[in-house]
Design a protein around this ligand. Sequence first.
Ligand SMILES: NC(=O)C1=CN([C@@H]2O[C@H](COP(=O)(O)OP(=O)(O)OC[C@H]3O[C@@H](n4cnc5c(N)ncnc54)[C@H](O)[C@@H]3O)[C@@H](O)[C@H]2O)C=CC1
Ligand SMILES: O=C(O)C(=O)COP(=O)(O)O
Length: 391
Amino acid sequence: MKYDIKTYNVIAQEGLDIFPTEKYTINQNDKPQALLIRSQDMHKTKFGTSVLAIARAGAGVNNIPLLEANANGTVVFNTPGSNANAVKELIVAMLILATRPVVASAAWAKKIAGADVSTQTERGKNHFAGTELLGKTIGVIGLGAVGSRVARAAADLGMRVIGYDPYISVEHAWKLSNDIPRAEKLEDLLRQSDYVTIHIPYTEKNKDLINTEELKQMKPNAVLLNYSRWGIVNEKAVVAALAQNEIRRYSTDFSSNEIIDNDKIVITPHIGGTTLEAEVNGAKMAAQTLRKYLETGNIINSVNFPAVEMPFDSPLRLTLIHQNVPNMVGRITTILANDELNIDNMINRSRDKVAYTMIDMSETSAEQLTKLRGELMAIPEVIRVRALHRQ
Ligand SMILES: NC(=O)C1=CN([C@@H]2O[C@H](COP(=O)(O)OP(=O)(O)OC[C@H]3O[C@@H](n4cnc5c(N)ncnc54)[C@H](O)[C@@H]3O)[C@@H](O)[C@H]2O)C=CC1
Ligand SMILES: O=C(O)C(=O)COP(=O)(O)O
């Protein structure tokens, strides 16, 4: 059987090339085994039980209903860090654009007409003085793949950096240089920063993280940058804060009717991760992760399932997605024992309410495998059973 991969959004060809045509088709079936997506809103796009996995080429997964995926036995992946450099470079650009009138002066220069364009242009520069980033303070909210790179780049520009991330992973904490101090409270960061940049996921908890109260804690000349997600900054509050000169400027990757006409708001069309390099990185990582899962059952970079890796050395592997309740392993192995099937190797991991078990064993007949799958699926807490043959 070939796996069909359904794609949404622009997925770089370099990623699709990772699927060999003898094992995979792309967009050929209305019941695909896996989805390869970017920002497609999967809350509005129904996916059926045929979908074993969804890979999001990119970081944010707020566009995917994870609880529904769990209930469906659909493993969701993202590609951590694949577009982090792209976002970092855009932040550097937006910081500079907030201090130097590059766009306005360049537009002005193009309008000069007459005999001595060169002299006239030179004379005009006094109207376009800027300020420098050197020595200014930047607060970086979220120190993951993007935030840690932004912090490093800002330090390299000579800025004083304050980080804030109460949930930082050990991996990112290790990578973060010791010369980046971290605020205990968000308020401490907001009160000290000339620039505040947000690099966190959109979750229920992070909705409106920056609201009226937080904006009042910021410096009147401060610039707020949101290249994370719409909804993390409350738009009504930011519009009001700008009108009352409580902050100087808001720069964001997410537009809406609320902010589009505001001269103090700079909007880009969600281009943080839109570079050729990031698109190729993300598509390749997503495709490799999907192949690994579809062909071996091994799980890396999942956002709703535990990481599970076991060398696939036996001829047959059973993978079971089930609820994380006591005695599942006992019930599963009892069924195998009753069928006189011997287990070579086994692993069981859980994450929140779901668990995943892989069992390696000798090859068995098609009839016995069908019977076994039926018996395992009859356990009420079992959501999905797959049988993979080593190739
Ligand atoms: N504009 C664009 O095109 C892009 C936007 N993004 C957005 O940026 C977000 C971050 O991306 P990555 O750095 O790759 O993700 P990541 O998962 O590596 O880092 C996120 C960090 O935020 C921290 N965090 C979560 N809630 C927080 C809070 N309330 N306060 C402080 N820290 C908090 C986490 O502990 C983690 O360290 C993504 O979730 C996505 O929404 C990411 C890439 C491109
Ligand atoms: O990776 C992310 O979270 C992004 O926001 C990038 O989104 P995109 O893949 O460019 O639609």
